[in-house]
Design a protein around this ligand. Structure first.
Ligand SMILES: [Zn+2]
Length: 253
């Protein structure tokens, strides 16, 4: 990929990131993601286009609303940069192809689902069920093909569903949220059954490591439920890059 294409992909990712922010903000409160245009959540003043340029506007406004001077969360430019970075990584790995386009939609949805999960402890059906439908529809362009996409979606659902049932019997409380079950099913629709097994193991590993770190720095609410969506998403993302290799290391096949 030449430099010009890389810059274009990065800018494209920034603009999409700006839209992902809107989705993260509006989907959980059941607002339309296309109308009305963005407004300051504090004073309600509509945001002009020149104050809505990804990352740049945030820097120029010094992280404050132009009108009421209320601080704007640093999460907005962070998500824009995250979106731009993952877009670039996917194009570097998979080139300008239909496969890249399908994987982009996949990771954009994972970003939205993860940040909503962190904020509200839910993964909306629009994200998880959307991924199942899109994964199976796009499977023609994916290396796994239609059959493995359906098997992946079914196995992702079934495995976590069984974990949820046994968890409930063993611990007498909900160990696994319904959102996580549907999300792994959506991940399976894009990555197939190998991707499901990898995501399960690697997300548990990530969750344990980060959980221990959070306990050590005293940030973890022991009683609170931990959102698991971000770990599933991170593991699924890792599979796109190191999946085949790591799968061999972990499972030996
Ligand atoms: Zn304001």
């Amino acid at each position: 990929m030449n430099t010009l294409t890389a810059i274009f992909v990065f800018l494209f990712g920034l603009i999409v990131g700006s839209f992902l922010n809107v989705c993260i903000y509006r989907i959980p409160i059941a607002k339309s993601i296309v109308y009305p245009p963005s407004a300051c959540p504090y004073c309600g003043t509509p945001i002009k286009w020149y104050d809505n340029i990804p990352v740049i506007s945030y820097i120029f406004l010094k992280g404050k609303c132009r009108h009421c001077k209320h601080p704007i969360s640093a999460i907005y430019p962070t998500i824009e940069l995250l979106s731009a970075t993952v877009s670039l990584l996917i194009f570097l790995k998979y080139g300008l192809s239909y496969q890249s386009a399908a994987f982009l939609v996949f990771v954009y949805a994972l970003i939205v689902g993860s940040f909503i999960d962190i904020k509200y402890y839910i993964i909306p059906d629009r994200i998880s069920l959307g991924l199942i439908i899109l994964g199976i529809s796009f499977s023609y362009f994916l290396p796994i093909g239609l059959k493995n996409s359906i098997i992946g979606a079914a196995s992702g659902f079934l495995i976590l569903y069984l974990v949820a049932i046994f968890g409930k019997i063993a611990f007498k409380k909900d160990a696994m949220g319904g959102g996580d079950i549907k999300l792994l099913s959506g991940i399976g629709a894009f990555l197939g059954i190998k991707g499901v097994f990898f995501t399960l193991l690697f997300s548990s590993f990530l969750g344990s490591i980060i959980g221990i770190v959070l306990i050590l720095i005293g940030k973890k609410h022991i009683t609170g439920r931990l959102p698991f969506g971000p770990y599933l998403s991170l593991a699924a993302f890792a599979y796109l890059f190191f999946g085949q290799w790591l799968f061999m290391v972990i499972y030996g096949v």
